[in-house]
Design a protein. Sequence first.
Length: 228
Amino acid sequence: MKTKDDFLNGQILLIDKPLEWSSFQAVNALKWAIRKKFDLKKIKIGHAGTLDPLATGLLIICTGKFTKKIPELQGQIKEYTGTFTLGATTPSYDLETEVDETFSTEHITDEDIKSATKQFLGEIVQVPPVFSALKKDGKRLYEFAREGKKVEIKSRKIEISEFEIVQIEMPKVHFRVVCSKGTYIRSLAHDFGKSLQSGAHLSSLRRTKIGDFNVSNAVTPMVFKENL
């Protein structure tokens, strides 16, 4: 059993974030549980890399003195699995917003889908989604997007070291991606659809690894509370 001092001195906690929870909610749930259990007025706690509410999987949460390790953990390579849905786009590039355009997928073969991954391997330039938490002029991009304002978003260099098509069940395409910090899988979904002369959006996402940390060793916030 972990003691109060363990958490204050620093812990790296592996959490499997539930669907529709924000990363902030997950951190808060742990914070309250730890404070209540050990009767603490406050404890330092934070996460090493956000996951969208519609994504599940590995969230690394650091407590106490280990919050200093967050920048180093954020920089590590990540692995994701998930699903692209071909033939339709959404403004947010995922299911947070409604479909705004549909496209034919009849021209797309399984071979096309598999070979389309090649153009995304290595160092590539990617434009983050307009519905993202990145800041411009002190405001988050999604705030501009919700107001219907057009904003110019700077592209960024990212690196994709592995991009594998696991299964094809049209219009759904199941994938696995290993990528650098700063990669938006939603943008990858959008660009992947474009490369097939169709549209696509991200319909499910799970983060499976961050560096050497694996989601198979993670617990949900509820299980964490029970184990305290």
